[in-house]
Design a protein around this ligand. Structure first.
Ligand code: MLT
Length: 249
């Protein structure tokens, strides 16, 4: 069954959870791994992220779209194109907490956005008859158009029965001619534009530009460790390194 959680409130148990926060947390995490970061540590609070500061770690995130005090960079996929360390610590308002929460509901948690739509579709298409929930991070517990659009685009590519929520998301996806049209129509895009971050919206709308599927390796104490989970990625080695403690190296 293909299901869509239109907001995190509808998170439920599934074999695979696919978290979407296209503006901008899952786009930034995907881009960071593509740029060469070994891991992205998604923290569910600013304080938790600050507590993770250490050698080789770059702190990225936002509060009200803007880089928090003391952080190295914002929650920007464009800034994440430059690899400035070994690990990116990412703290955002909705996306990072959604990733941490999803890890409690599914043994396999993947991150999706427009940048990796093709790669994640390919990976999920290899698994038939799986129970998938696509989880829209939303904004402040409300539905975010741009996340539902991406969920609908992904759902439409997968085979199997779908829930009404998945059909709703697919309907939303059909309503827009291009990803940029959909993302630009959202309230979050207006807020980002007002903050001078229009270039990030354009970047997040690029379709299937990256062959990277981030996956959660483990989560504890409000932090989810995310690594490349696409084919050829060093997941087995990472798992050995992380056994026992997902956050400390
Ligand atoms: C979030 O997690 O709420 C977003 O990614 C917000 C943003 O990018 O500004």
């Amino acid at each position: 069954v293909i299901d869509v959680a239109l907001t995190c409130a509808e998170l439920r148990s599934a074999q695979v959870a696919v978290v979407v926060d296209v503006l901008r947390a899952t786009s930034t995490a995907t881009q960071a791994l593509a740029a060469g970061y070994r891991r992205v540590l998604c923290a569910n609070s600013i304080e938790r992220a600050i507590g993770l500061r250490g050698p080789g770690r770059v702190l990225a995130g936002e509060r009200q779209c803007v880089k928090p005090v003391g952080f190295d960079q914002g929650n920007s996929p464009i800034e994440a194109t430059k690899c400035r360390g070994e690990e990116l610590v990412l703290a955002t308002t909705n996306g990072a907490p959604a990733i941490v929460a999803a890890a409690d509901h599914a043994p396999l948690v993947l991150l999706a956005c427009m940048l990796n739509l093709g790669a994640i579709t390919e990976l999920l298409s290899e698994r038939s008859n799986v129970n998938v929930q696509i989880v829209c991070s939303g904004t402040d517990r409300a539905v975010a158009l741009e996340d539902v659009y991406v969920a609908g685009r992904l759902s439409a590519q997968l085979s199997g029965p779908r829930t009404d929520a998945a059909l709703v998301a697919e309907g939303v996806a059909h309503a827009f001619r291009t990803p940029l049209d959909a993302l630009s129509a959202s309230t979050d895009a207006h807020v980002l534009s007002a903050a001078g971050l229009t270039a990030d919206i354009d970047y997040c709308a690029l379709e299937s530009a990256l062959d990277v599927v981030p996956r959660v390796l483990g989560a504890s104490d409000g932090v989810a460790v995310v690594v490349r989970g696409d084919r050829g990625a060093p997941v087995a080695r990472e798992r050995a390194v992380d056994r026992g403690d997902t956050v400390n190296r």
